[in-house]
Write a new protein. Structure first.
Length: 258
């Protein structure tokens, strides 16, 4: 029993600390989704060249949003961008589970994932944990059941993702952040698909499993992005600090000493 307790305590100590929602300005909860909604609306009328401009602007917006944040929150957001970009390339360009309007990966999508994360983090600070988690859980389960019963498109694939999301909402120390991100993702998915910025395949390619547009379990993918980002963020911060210290204490070159 003592060994078991020690193992549990060690696992808890090794686990990354939950993100501190109070490190993000609360107005990000409204500003982030508002910017992304406007961005998607403009994209419906954009060609490829304008998409490049929108991508550059969105990267600038993300950088500005990251500037006042502590290093750990920055690393978490950039980690989400990295893992989400891998997911986008795999899910859209390779597998074809969904397609963007111009059948590409718009350059504003990777930084937009970082803005989504910061918006969810701010929402978690704005609303009490029990409330935001309960709303997310009820919304996810209700959406999953509706996709299996009353929605125009049968959504079996999406329903598979709902239990995974609920496990994280129940067990994770970062449940409030996952709940906040789910609510932001759900709103943007419903909005983005309704105006035609992207569209989900009727069936999962190669598997034939019916999928919604958007699927109810889409936020479970975002949970994985967040989980991986939270795992690597402390390592990124520590590595950056070590590199800075190494540069400070590096011996002068022979040219400088001569």
């Amino acid at each position: 029993m003592r060994r078991l307790d020690g193992a549990r305590q060690g696992a808890k100590a090794a686990a990354p600390p939950p993100p501190r929602a109070d490190t993000v300005p609360r107005w990000y909860a409204a500003a982030g989704p508002a910017y992304l909604a406007a961005l998607l609306a403009v994209d419906t009328q954009a060609g490829l060249h304008l998409q490049y401009v929108l991508g550059a602007i969105t990267w600038i917006v993300l950088v500005i949003a990251l500037r006042p944040l502590p290093s750990l929150a920055r690393a978490q957001a950039l980690g989400v961008v990295a893992f989400a970009t891998v997911g986008e390339v795999t899910g859209s360009l390779i597998w074809g589970v969904y397609r963007y309007r111009l059948h590409n990966l718009p350059l504003f999508i990777p930084p937009a994932h970082g803005i989504v994360y910061l918006s969810g983090l701010a929402l978690a600070a704005l609303v009490r944990e029990r409330i935001v988690v309960a709303v997310a859980a009820v919304g996810a389960v209700g959406w999953g059941l509706a996709g299996l019963t009353v929605l125009p498109r049968l959504d079996v694939a999406g329903a598979f993702g709902v239990p995974l999301l609920c496990v994280f909402l129940w067990r994770s120390r970062s449940r409030a952040v996952y709940a906040g991100v789910f609510l932001v993702v759900a709103a943007l998915e419903l909005y983005g698909t309704s105006i035609g910025v992207w569209r989900w395949a009727r069936d999962l390619p190669g598997l034939g499993i019916p999928d919604g547009n958007p699927p109810s379990g889409v936020a479970s993918g975002y949970v994985w992005f967040d989980v991986m980002a939270l795992l690597i963020a402390p390592w990124l911060v520590a590595s950056t600090r070590m590199l800075r210290r190494a540069r400070r204490w590096s011996p002068p070159s022979t040219a400088e000493t001569g």
